[in-house]
Design a protein around this ligand. Structure first.
Ligand SMILES: Nc1ncnc2c1ncn2[C@@H]1O[C@H](COP(=O)(O)OP(=O)(O)O)[C@@H](O)[C@H]1O
Ligand SMILES: [Mg+2]
Length: 238
């Protein structure tokens, strides 16, 4: 991944398995968001590709790539909600674009997705009328609108209080269990990494490549890379 001549990360090679909660981890500025943008179709790698099952994402034409990407959902940090629309309308937006459900069915689905994230009864609220943690969860409901098989989160708990962030971690685990979704999370927060992650890649800003991939708990205790162990054994571990 590069910006012009500036290489952010090179020689990456990791596999996200179906059903994983996969953590992209590493210090600030190492390229986590950039790598996630390659996985979600938003930024073309300057070399290499991303496989989605047997499809090579970056070798497909735009419309074929969009078809593959419709099987994944992205949760944006701000929630990615339109402030002029109610929560239900926000969730109906992708349904209107990609399905031929009637308004009644769309409303029913919006209600269901909001209930999944603990926001039953908030259909008619506007984003500004709910807390930051609730907005984040409404963003999850929106990402769930089209029943994605893979859900991507970039620093989901950034800016949230500890209780809201813990609730978001719980929600991520619930989605994995109840929907059988595969989840990819960018985070550097150890409490989250160990609570939700079963697989991970560690990106290093100095060598600009991955130093390890695997179960973060295992890496914490057994990685042969001192930087990976140091990162995973920082003092703020939960
Ligand atoms: N649009 C951009 N143009 C140029 N450089 C960028 C751009 N976005 C990010 N970078 C640089 O790429 C590196 C990785 O950024 P980023 O992927 O946001 O890291 P992280 O998410 O791990 O904090 C940083 O050095 C950052 O300054
Ligand atoms: Mg980032």
């Amino acid at each position: 991944m590069a910006y012009g001549e500036f290489v952010v990360q090179r020689d990456l090679n990791f596999i996200v398995n179906r059903g994983d909660v996969f953590i992209i981890m590493g210090g600030s500025g190492c390229g986590k968001s950039t790598v996630m943008r390659a996985l979600t179709g938003m930024q073309r790698p300057s070399a290499g590709t991303v496989w989605f099952e047997d499809a090579r994402l970056w070798d497909l034409d735009d419309s074929a790539r969009q078809r593959v990407l419709r099987r994944s959902g992205v949760v944006f940090q701000s929630g990615g909600l339109w402030s002029s629309m109610t929560l239900a309308e926000n969730i109906e937006l992708p349904l209107r674009e990609y399905t031929d459900l009637d308004p009644q069915e769309m409303r029913e689905l919006a209600r269901l997705k909001l209930a999944w994230v603990g926001l039953a009864g908030f259909e008619e609220f506007y984003p500004s009328e709910i807390s930051g943690g609730m907005q984040r969860r409404a963003g999850v409901a929106r990402a769930l609108a089209l029943d994605p098989e893979v859900l991507f989160f970039d620093e989901p708990s950034a800016g949230l209080d500890p209780i809201s962030s813990r609730r978001l971690d719980e929600l991520i685990l619930e989605l994995k269990d109840s929907l059988g979704a595969t989840i990819v999370v960018v985070t550097h927060e150890l409490a989250s990494i160990f609570t939700i992650g079963n697989n991970a890649v560690f990106l290093d800003p100095v060598s600009r490549t991955q130093l390890a991939t695997g179960d973060p708990k295992w890496l914490r205790d057994h990685s042969d890379d001192p930087q990976v162990r140091a990162f995973l054994n920082r003092g703020d571990a939960a």
